[in-house]
Each structure stands twice: as structure tokens, then as C-alpha cells.
Ligand binder design. Structure first.
Ligand code: IPE
Ligand code: IPE
Ligand code: MG
Length: 264
């Protein structure tokens, strides 16, 4: 009897969860959601744990939110995992963060494949340690033919660096006579960004109460809707994600015009 009752609860919760997903999907779902996953260190500090324990817990949130985003029909989920400025952190923390992609991907690659998720990365790949590169490369190869959601990790990513590299590529085309200065337009600049093949983010979420971009997708976020929450990344769950999507669906996006379009 007790066993029966205890089994019932998760089923009820699951129905509620899928009902909420269905309700959100009846309105406009952002094609590209980008998340600044922040607050791992504070989560650990609140529990008198080392900062790295917060990063490890944050990895579980990555798993959860990847599944939720995929279930919601989001096409691209970009997760800011390591910035070009994060090299300023203590070596033990950097070493731990560089091991996380390996641990995440070796544990969850089968379920990413099962969910038809395609793993990609933006950022400077060549500066990463070999074991990090190997893990990312392996996951990208194993999921290359998947056509479900793109799970895009921003790893050693910095928007200013990306823009500098884009300017360098354009200057080199001009110097070689392959591009005229008057042909440099927004599309040309975009085509040299690491996100050239992706739609621009419709929604940016940042956790942990910080209200800044920290060198993340400065060009691409020009018209994104911004959603900030005090919840620390390890505590961010499906319901927080639903809340952010609901908030997005209530926004009126004008893109500079007078008539707005509600995301419904
Ligand atoms: C985000 O959590 C993870 C990374 C930046 C890699 P933090 O480590 O920045 O956590 P806080 O901001 O110190 O709480
Ligand atoms: C931004 O978080 C980078 C990532 C989430 C990877 P930070 O914690 O590094 O940002 P700041 O230093 O508070 O701006
Ligand atoms: Mg932080």
C-alpha cells in the first residue's frame, strides 16, 4: 500500500511538468536561449563547501536544463561555461573547471544522443588543455549528425576577443583584395563570428542576481530579451526555466519599430 502511494507522487509531478511544457509550447518558444550560469561559488560558500563543489553541482543543473530546453523545443541552448577572464581564477579551480566537460560528457553523452542533441562549442579551443579538447571533440563528433537541439558550450569564450578576431579576418580579406571596404556590413561582420551559423539569442538568462553581461555575446544580444534571477545556478531548475520562458512570452519585442509583437 505504502509502496503504491510512494510510487504515485513522481507520476503526478511528471504530468504537471509535461502539462506546463505543453502550455508553454502553445505560445512562442525562443529559438535560441543563452544562459550565463552564475553563482556556483556562492552556492558552495553557503554550505561551507569548496567552490569546486558548486561547479560540480552546477553540472547537474546543466543536465537538467538541457533536457528541459530540448523538451520545450528550443533550437539552440548556449551555456556560458568559462570566460576568457576566468583564467584569472586560482589554478585548482581552473583545473577543476577544465575537467568538468570530460566528466559531464562521459556521463551524459548517451542521454544527449538519445535526446538527439548536437554538441557544439564557441570560444578559443586551441588554448584548452588536451583532455578538455578531447572530451569536447569526441562529443561533437558523436553528435554531429543529430538534428535536435544544439547544445552550444561557450568555453574560453570572450565576446571582445571574438570581435577582434572578426575584424582581423575582415582586414585580411580587404588586404588581399577579396573584399571592398564598402561591402563591410552587419552580415559580413556576423559571418565571421563564432555564432555565424546560429540564430541570434532571443532570450538571455543570468542567474545569481548579477545584472551584467561579463563579456558574453555583446553583438549577438543586441535585441535579446533579458531575464535575471537571484537563484544560484545549482538551484536553477525546470520551474525556474518555465518562469523565464513565461516571462519571455509576456514581453513585447519592437526591434525599434512602433508596433510591437508579443511573443504569443
Ligand atoms: C559560475 O559560477 C561558473 C563560472 C564562472 C565558471 P561562479 O564560480 O562565478 O560563482 P560565483 O559568482 O563566485 O558565486
Ligand atoms: C561569467 O561569470 C562567466 C561565466 C558564467 C562562465 P563570472 O562569475 O566570471 O562573471 P563576473 O566576474 O562576476 O562578471
Ligand atoms: Mg560568478
Amino acid at each position: 500500500m505504502l509502496g503504491k502511494l510512494m510510487r504515485k507522487k513522481p507520476i503526478v509531478q511528471e504530468v504537471t511538468m509535461s502539462d506546463q511544457i505543453a502550455l508553454l509550447k502553445s505560445r512562442k518558444i525562443p529559438a535560441h536561449v543563452a544562459i550565463i550560469m552564475d553563482g556556483n561559488g556562492r552556492w558552495a560558500k553557503q554550505r561551507n563547501l569548496p567552490r569546486v563543489a558548486g561547479h560540480h553541482e552546477g553540472m547537474k543543473t546543466v543536465r537538467k536544463i538541457t533536457r528541459t530546453a530540448s523538451d520545450l523545443g528550443i533550437k539552440v541552448l548556449t551555456l556560458y561555461a568559462f570566460s576568457t577572464e576566468n583564467w584569472k581564477r586560482p589554478k585548482v579551480e581552473i583545473d577543476f573547471l577544465m575537467k568538468l566537460p570530460g566528466e559531464f560528457l562521459s556521463t551524459y553523452l548517451p542521454e544527449l544522443i538519445e535526446q538527439n542533441v548536437k554538441v557544439e562549442m564557441i570560444g578559443n579551443f586551441s588554448m584548452l588543455p588536451d583532455h578538455t579538447k578531447d572530451a569536447i571533440r569526441k562529443a561533437m563528433e558523436a553528435t554531429a549528425d543529430n538534428n535536435g537541439m544544439t547544445l552550444n558550450f561557450a568555453m574560453n569564450y570572450g565576446s571582445r576577443r571574438e570581435l577582434v578576431e572578426s575584424v582581423q579576418k575582415i582586414a585580411s580579406l580587404v588586404a588581399k583584395g577579396q573584399l571592398a571596404i564598402e561591402d563591410i556590413d552587419e552580415l559580413e561582420i556576423e559571418s565571421h563570428l563564432m555564432t555565424a551559423h546560429l540564430p541570434e539569442p532571443d532570450l538571455l538568462i543570468r542567474t545569481s542576481g548579477e545584472v551584467r553581461l561579463s563579456n558574453f555575446m555583446l553583438w549577438q544580444l543586441a535585441y535579446a530579451e533579458l531575464s535575471f534571477t537571484d537563484v544560484l545556478w545549482p538551484d536553477f531548475d525546470e520551474l525556474c526555466m518555465f518562469e523565464a520562458i513565461k516571462d519571455f512570452q509576456s514581453r513585447i519585442r519592437r526591434f525599434g519599430s512602433v508596433e510591437g509583437e508579443k511573443e504569443a
